[in-house]
Design a protein around this ligand. Structure first.
Ligand code: ARG
Length: 459
């Protein structure tokens, strides 16, 4: 194995093995081999077109790079984990194959602009993949909601039963959060999709390169406007890690609710056997491990965001080796999000819903108390008085083990002569939901409109 560095000329000694291992990034940047090769193909083509290198040599480089790509993908060429990074590995391999011609590839380029290009290309691909996973999740959630427009359940505040909603309304709340996650990613994509090559090590180059040609060949929107900025900044990684952290936070809250709903205390849902796990000692156990892992892994993605923020905060311009640490952090955040979504989506798709249990729980918490007060308000009583009377009625119910539905009308009348038989219709949970038909409310027609809105947004 040839362990000569691409920069060996100035040195009289070989790199210490421990330094080499410490310094090397190929163990984690090898995953960008495709982007590195595609970027180099665009660069070499441009060098030829601009007469910076001979056109024939440029073509030979492009063919050589294509050969390396094919050999990596077929398994014929293995990564050399003693190499410094994926960039030097591929350049060294090209030179092995093409000799002097291979050595011309790096004309008018530095690994500093090369790595900035590779990361941007890699992230573009990954962001698109995450976007389609989020769309899939939203589709599953809207389909689930459509089937549960009439499924009455209690909405909670402080984890105490509060007011009547439907299961569809609850699920659609998460759809809205995931829609914003999707929009955030689309926005981050715009700032990732800028082409840095041509910035050189920091001060661009004296060669008459054509950056726009490379930009178009690689499908970028624009080129970076300042060579120092282009090789120094990783704010696009930080922005993405931040968007992924918010997405994980939403997944984690949803997971927490699924854990609660799947418990015997709630039993609003049950996860499919294929998406649950057992216990080594308790034969009866069926645990919602996926959701707990997502909750746990959320911390990990926050950690990745922190790593990036802290890594960058004290760096003078331009490139510093600290920045090599960007990749493990952002790759880990991406991998974790994809793993989580890939487990979460089918888990939601296959879970069983128990509407009777939701309805039964909703019947117990006096969640129609607001509607009882509103009934009196509609009959002319000021809200604060209606609120007080309803509170007293509820106290009586609790003392006598009754509900607003089972309290006799005579008892109601003792509190106010405004009460008539139609109070029972007003506090019926189904009526209470139907009445909340304002835009954004839980009434089936309002939720249907929400579903429509989201479907239009993601298609
Ligand atoms: N492996 C390096 C990284 O990931 C590539 C850039 C190296 N540049 C340099 N001047 N040492 O950041």
């Amino acid at each position: 194995m040839n362990n000569k560095k691409i920069w060996a000329g100035r040195f009289t000694k070989e790199t210490d093995k421990r330094v080499n291992d410490f310094n090397s990034s190929i163990s984690f940047d090898a995953r960008m081999y495709r982007e590195d090769i595609e970027g180099s193909i665009a660069h070499a083509t441009m060098l030829g077109e601009c007469n910076i290198i001979d056109l024939e040599e440029s073509k030979a480089i492009v063919e050589g790079l294509k050969g390396i790509l094919a050999d990596i993908e077929s398994g014929k060429l293995e990564f050399d984990f003693n190499a410094e990074d994926i960039h030097s590995f591929i350049e060294t391999e090209l030179t092995k194959r093409l000799d002097d011609t291979g050595k011309r590839l790096h004309t008018a380029r530095s690994r500093n602009d090369q790595v900035a290009l590779d990361i941007r290309m890699y992230l573009k691909k990954e962001v698109k993949e995450i976007e389609s996973l989020i769309k899939k999740l939203i589709t599953v959630l809207t389909d689930l909601s459509e089937k549960n427009l009439q499924t009455v359940m209690a909405g909670y505040t402080h984890l105490q039963r509060a007011q009547p909603i439907t299961f569809a309304h609850h699920i659609m709340a998460y759809s809205q959060m995931f829609l914003r996650d999707l929009e955030r990613l689309k926005d981050a994509y715009k700032r990732i999709n800028i082409m840095p090559l041509g910035s050189g090590a920091l001060a661009s180059t004296t060669y008459p390169i054509n950056r726009r040609m490379v930009c178009d060949a690689l499908g970028f929107d624009e080129i970076t406007q300042n060579s120092l900025d282009a090789v120094s900044d990783r704010d696009f990684c930080i922005e993405l890690a931040s968007d992924l952290s918010i997405l994980m936070m939403h997944l984690s809250r949803f997971s927490e609710e699924i854990i609660l709903w799947d418990s015997w205390e709630f039993k609003f849902i049950e996860l499919d056997d294929a998406y649950s796990t057992g216990s080594s000692i308790m034969p009866q156990k069926k645990n919602p491990d996926i959701t707990e892992l997502i909750r746990g892994k959320t911390g990990r993605v926050y950690g990745d965001l922190n790593t990036l923020l802290i890594m960058m905060k004290g760096l003078p311009l331009a490139y510093n080796k600290d920045m090599q640490e960007d990749k493990e952090a952002i790759f880990d955040a991406i991998d974790t999000v994809k793993l989580s979504l890939n487990a979460f989506i089918p888990m939601i798709e296959t879970m069983t819903i128990f509407p009777e249990n939701m309805r039964e729980a909703a019947a117990k918490g006096f969640i129609n108390a607001t509607d009882c007060a509103d009934y009196l308000v509609k009959k002319g009583m000021p809200f604060r008085d209606a609120y007080k009377i309803t509170g007293e009625i509820i106290r009586l119910c609790i003392e006598n083990n009754l509900t607003l539905e089972t309290l006799p009308i005579e008892k109601y009348k003792e509190f106010s002569n405004k009460f008539e038989e139609d109070i029972f219709e007003a506090i019926n949970l189904e009526t209470c939901v139907m009445q909340r038909k304002v835009e954004g409310g839980p009434a089936p027609e309002s939720v249907k409109a929400q579903i429509e809105y989201i479907r239009n947004k993601i298609n």
